[in-house]
Design a protein around this ligand. Structure first.
Ligand code: F6P
Length: 555
């Protein structure tokens, strides 16, 4: 990574985009009418993903300027540097190689003298072997009973990816164990997640890249206590250490800390500092998913990731879907004033996908300085949010359709649902798809005052019933939500995020912005617990809130 990022605002392409934005008059109705090839020209295929950008606020001139911008800020060079294992995570002085996690076993990637692929597959094989033993019943709990439930203890990237993927791929679980997830340090999370479980048939995976995260270690200790108390009368000849060994495994880059916690390093799966937390679903952090869906399905997911990696690396810019979607987001954010981005899966199984994307995109690109430490030269980051359709339609779509803010939206669906059901003669998935299509149509083309009047609406309410249209959306559709398609979707958004980060000149792979709160929590904790000196060091608002807590808590 060169010392100084290219300032995007200094490029000719940026000036051109600014000039285009100044006189930009979006007209999706007109553009569609004037150009019968628009859909064909702006629809692209990446792996199994069919991506329709025709309802984007995009003209040929804007597209050309965006592609020129990508060239001028050197997206392709940065992409190669990342894939090659250069230390593109500058502030942490690390390579960024989540793409190596999904390289096929016969691939070669040597980084700083080490064969990365061999290491990746060695760990994968250990995880696969463990998963086969648990799934077959060869690995039992300490009382000899089969493992029925797996509880992943982790937070952030050590939780959001596994839980999102587990929910998404539930139809592929078959006889695999049920998985539950504890992330929050709110004790309610552990209490409600463990409720009803039998310790004898429960396996815990403590997932933490650093093995130093307060929430995860606290929850791990709570779970260990719960396990030992629950098994106290059933241990027979076995010791507590035996119980922990049979019921606790760990996933981490810090195997020494795993041992300190009391988990046998033989029951730990490692990964590497070049895997960022929010990019770690396809590392050992996915162990709960391997247990649930089995090694073969997990391998299919990795292959799906790799398909999109190859697409991002090799597809020409004008057909490169992650590149185009990343550039479009720059257009919306930096030139058309969009502040947020909706992700709307029309697939109930993807209900945690927006939450997953929030960490991926916002922890990556919510930065105010560039990778050389200088201030950013333009707005960065987008606020990602969303809910599955059609639920969102009955909640917040009003604002997207008629509000004063521009909210670009990604609509995601599949041709074949996991659970095809009929309501009499009606295929319910078709009803669902009709909503997907209707929404993107309404957003793009709106409804004019004339069309409203033609319906006999009283003049006084015509304005309220007009839909302005020209609200941009991207439609993504795949044949069905297989493990491979899920991997492709995640990799798509990883590379969109990367593209935006390069344009803005930021290090998308650090997350220093989460540190201050962690440090302050260490200082506030003693103040809450009654340490007068620590209390005196707090600001007046914090002291008053602590006072409220003490006056109201039950003794
Ligand atoms: O606090 C943010 C963060 O560092 C995330 O980036 C990460 O995914 C999460 O915490 C969990 O970290 P760990 O896996 O080290 O417990």
């Amino acid at each position: 990574m060169t010392a100084t990022p290219v300032d995007p605002t200094s490029t000719p392409a940026w000036s051109q985009l600014a000039a285009l934005a100044e006189h930009f008059e979006p007209d999706l109705r007109g553009w569609f009418a004037a150009d019968p090839d628009r859909v064909a020209r702006l629809t692209h295929v990446a792996g199994d993903l069919h991506v329709d950008l025709s309802k984007a606020l995009l003209t040929d001139e804007v597209l050309a300027a965006l592609l020129a911008l990508a060239e001028q800020v050197q997206v392709a060079e940065r992409r190669e540097a990342m894939f090659a294992g250069e230390r593109v995570n500058v502030t942490e002085d690390r390579a960024v190689l989540h793409t190596a996690l999904r390289l096929p076993v016969d691939a070669h990637l040597e980084v700083e003298g080490r064969d990365v692929v061999a290491g990746v597959h060695e760990v994968l094989e250990r995880i696969y072997d463990f998963a086969r033993r648990v799934r077959s019943g060869a690995w039992t709990g300490v009382t000899g009973e089969r493992i029925r439930t797996v509880v992943n203890i982790g937070i952030g990237g050590s939780d959001l990816g596994p839980v999102m993927a587990y929910e998404a791929l539930e139809p592929f679980r078959g006889e695999g164990p049920e998985c539950r997830f504890i992330s929050n340090i709110d004790p309610t999370d552990a209490a409600t997640t463990l409720a009803g479980l039998d310790p004898a048939t429960t396996l815990f995976i403590v997932s933490s890249k650093t093995f130093g995260t307060l929430e995860t270690l606290t929850n791990a200790r709570l779970c260990r206590t719960w396990l030992l108390e629950g098994l106290a009368d059933r241990l027979g000849e076995a010791s507590e250490a035996d119980a922990v060994a049979q019921h606790f495994v760990a996933v981490s880059t810090a195997l020494d800390k795993v041992a300190d916690f009391g988990i046998d390093p033989a029951n730990a799966f490692g990964f590497w500092d070049w895997v960022g937390g929010r990019y770690s679903l396809d590392s050992a952090i996915g162990t709960s998913l391997v247990l649930a869906i089995g090694p073969e399905r997990f391998a299919e997911m990795l292959a799906g990731f790799h398909t999109l990696d190859e697409h991002f690396r090799t597809a020409p810019p004008e057909r490169n879907v992650p590149l185009l979607m990343g550039l479009l987001n720059v257009w919306y954010t930096n030139f058309l004033g969009a502040q947020s981005h909706a992700v709307l899966p029309y697939a109930q199984l993807l209900h945690r996908f927006p939450a997953y994307l929030q960490q991926l995109t916002m922890e990556s690109n919510g930065k105010g300085v560039r990778w050389d430490g200088s201030p950013v030269t333009t707005d960065t980051g987008e606020i990602f949010w969303g809910e599955p359709g059609t639920n969102g339609q009955h909640a917040f779509y009003q604002l997207i359709h008629q509000g004063t803010r521009l909210v670009p939206a990604d609509f995601i669906t599949v041709a074949n649902p996991a659970h095809p059901l009929r309501d009499g003669d009606t295929d319910v998935h078709e009803l669902f798809l009709a909503n997907f299509l209707a929404q993107t149509r309404a957003l793009a083309f709106g409804k004019t005052a004339e069309e409203v009047r033609a319906e006999g609406v009283a003049e006084a309410v015509v304005p309220a019933r007009v839909f302005p249209g020209n609200r941009p959306s991207t439609s993504i559709i795949a044949p069905e939500l297989t493990p491979s398609v899920l991997g492709q979707l995640v990799a798509l958004y990883e590379h969109i995020t990367f593209t935006q980060g390069i344009v803005w000149g930021i290090d998308s792979f650090d997350q220093w912005g989460v540190e201050l709160g962690k440090q302050l929590a260490q200082q506030v904790g003693p103040a809450i617990a009654g340490d007068a000196e620590a209390l005196a060091q707090q600001d007046a608002s914090t002291r008053a809130l602590i006072d409220y807590y003490h006056r109201h808590r039950r003794q």
